[in-house]
Design a protein around this ligand. Sequence first.
Ligand code: AMP
Length: 357
Amino acid sequence: MIAPGSTIGIIGGGQLGRMLAMAAARLGYRTIILEPQKDCPAAQVANEQIVAAYDDPNALEQLAELSDVITYEFENVPVDSAEMLNESIGVFPPPEALKVSQDRVTEKRFLNMAGIQTAPWRIVENEGDLEAALLAFEGKGILKTRRFGYDGKGQVRFSGKKGESAKAGFAAIGSVPSILEGLVDFTREISVIAARDETGNIRIYDIAENVHKDGILATSTVPASVSSTIAGLAADSARKLLEALNYVGVLGMEFFVLANGTLLANEFAPRVHNSGHWTEAACAVSQFEQHIRAVAGLPLGDTRRHSDCIMENLIGDDIEKLPAILAENGAVLHLYGKAEARAGRKMGHVTRITKRL
Ligand code: AMP
């Protein structure tokens, strides 16, 4: 166990790092952030920041020296950095989880091998591959870059209409290694936030129902309006994945629910997840505290919710709703300390308690 008073190193300085640092502070830990951007959201609430690139060897050495354990807040942390750190200090979640999730092909393969169903998919290295894959999926699918896609970026949709061409689609994605997924006609999107500790204990939060706008999460509603069978299937998938990865920490997993009750995994993130922000307002132990508990080797906490709720992301000029939100009863507001409200930028979130249980 890493005792309270010790230092937790966090790679990445965004809002997830900020909320992890705040949860760590509440449990008596110190935090140090590795992030190239000065005065980033996480560093504003942490004890220290190393201002350097995520793959700067001197910075990594310094981070290892100053920390008692290391975690990360985004999935594009260079795997080499995580593996290098892991030689001298505990890095959780395991670097293997980063490696698997950074490439949509290894991710889908891993999910399928763990017995978790996904949309059908094909590797696309060139226009010819895309043409063949589109033919196999009756012209419908979503082309996604294998790496570095997030919030719907790096995606091209094929709806099976005339005029859509593999050539233009592959060019639009930047002619980079990609994957074509079959277009899923889902009725809803759900996600599960799950945690595993070093000894293999697993705790799972209630399922959230998510609505995306322009590829970015807009709201998460809990409880999700799905049957207990679907909820159970999602929890089982998360359990399988945590075990297959020998995971330590919190993980977020997104799914599509089909009209016939089939559940397909879309992707997972080896970190705390936007669709789990509601836990800070509706559970005794938030996903952030849970993650800190897991990486520090403390017992996992209670995941039961005490309230139904809806989390809404505040994106770009949504921030102008601030006076109205501040006047609301039952609204738990969280802002990320970002100075400039650019379009598509996550500025904060608000969780509205809809019913106390
Ligand atoms: P992703 O970046 O993979 O999370 O995708 C962003 C959003 O695009 C998802 O939350 C869905 O709303 C939509 N989407 C992604 N993949 C598919 C798919 N195979 N079929 C239908 N919609 C999808």
